[in-house]
Design a protein around this ligand. Structure first.
Ligand SMILES: [Zn+2]
Length: 354
């Protein structure tokens, strides 16, 4: 498709882009296609994106993180190399890839040490501060592009940059989850909750998961969760104490926030670790500091992941640990995907195929 440039009357090539045009209002628009990739860049043809709550809501409670609209959404995606800029080696046209959506500097101490999500000069997060991946084509710095191992679908790989790598970073870099430990996974039916259940089971942990209805309880069991608690009908703190013989769990995987946070702390054994990457039920809570130090809890805030975590996630997928996909929709039908994302029934990830 092409439009006409008003000044030169030359045709402008356009492409499709899922664009946030107002708060919670996403439209499929025609926008100018990118120029050929510059030095150090590759051009990626997007094949699949993973929808996340930040596509619609931003991060709830983060009023300081203002977004400039219109904004192309999409925080995670998979695609293939379409063109290669000058000075780039290691890629061929047609290679399947995913990309890191944090526009890091690549030169600060954190970047040099591979702690990309602690970059001191990050220029924005794609799909949140700056245009994201939900478009036919985009140019990316080649250093942020990661090849997909053979045998993974674009649909599954699209879950690696955010959903899978966030969980990988939480469980293994921060909470240092070990085989044989017991973990409580809050909201086990979410995109990251399902990934946490599968990753913890894969190393031989005992997994207790919470979910909001009985249908999800059956699905979480089918993923391998040893015990599933319907938090609407049972007090999860009491059930966890009972299941662990009053000892508590080694690790809690949190992302719900005030509704569950203190209950999650009560579920920990002495010296236990709580790791959190979200707070969907609100911004603040109070905690009992006596309990915190007397029980020697360790609490980790976790945000995003490193490029290494994306590689680790892709390797897990190649070895058969695949994301749980709730729904996949073609781009023209993206509204169905968004509606599904907002529904209480969603179990796993929503994928939009380009
Ligand atoms: Zn940096």
């Amino acid at each position: 498709m092409s439009l006409v440039d008003q000044q030169t009357a030359a045709p402008v090539h356009t492409m499709r882009a899922l664009t946030l045009v107002a708060d919670r209002k996403i439209e499929l628009l025609d926008v100018p296609a990118p120029l050929p990739p510059a030095a150090g860049e590759v051009q990626i043809g997007i094949k699949a994106i993973g929808l996340n709550h930040i596509d619609v809501w931003g991060w709830r409670g983060m009023a300081f993180a203002k977004r400039k609209l219109p904004l192309i959404v999409g925080a995670e995606a998979a695609g293939e190399i379409r063109a290669i800029g000058p000075g780039v080696s290691g890629f061929r046209v047609g290679d399947p890839v995913v990309a890191y959506g944090g526009l890091t500097c690549g030169t600060c101490k954190a970047c040099r040490e591979g702690r990309d999500n602690l970059c001191e000069n990050v220029a924005g997060i794609m799909g949140f501060h700056v245009d994201g991946f939900a478009r036919d084509l985009l140019n990316m710095p080649a250093r942020l592009v990661i090849p997909m191992p053979a045998g993974i679908s674009f649909r599954d790989a699209a879950c690696a940059p955010v959903a899978f790598s966030t969980v990988q970073h939480m469980l293994f870099d921060n909470a240092k989850l070990e085989p044989g430990e017991t973990i409580l996974v809050q909201a086990g039916g979410s995109g990251i909750g399902t990934a946490a259940i599968k990753m913890a089971k894969a190393i031989g942990c005992t997994v207790i998961a919470t979910v909001g209805d009985d249908e999800k309880a059956a699905k979480a069991k089918a993923l391998g969760a040893d015990h599933v608690i319907n938090y609407r009908t049972d007090r999860f703190e009491g059930v966890v104490r009972k299941l662990t013989g009053k000892k508590g769990v080694d690790v809690v995987f949190e992302h719900v926030g005030p509704d569950t946070f203190n209950g999650s702390l009560l579920c920990l054994k002495r010296g236990g670790r709580l790791v959190t990457c979200g707070s969907t039920s609100g911004q603040s809570t109070t905690i009992n500091l006596f309990q915190l130090y007397l029980q020697q809890y360790r609490i980790f805030g976790s945000f995003g992941a490193s490029i290494r975590n994306i590689r680790e996630s892709l390797d897990k997928m190649a070895a058969g640990l695949l994301p749980v996909i709730d729904t996949e929709v073609p781009l023209a039908d993206f509204e169905r995907g968004l509606a599904r994302l907002e529904s209480r029934q969603v179990f796993g990830k929503i994928i939009v195929l380009f």
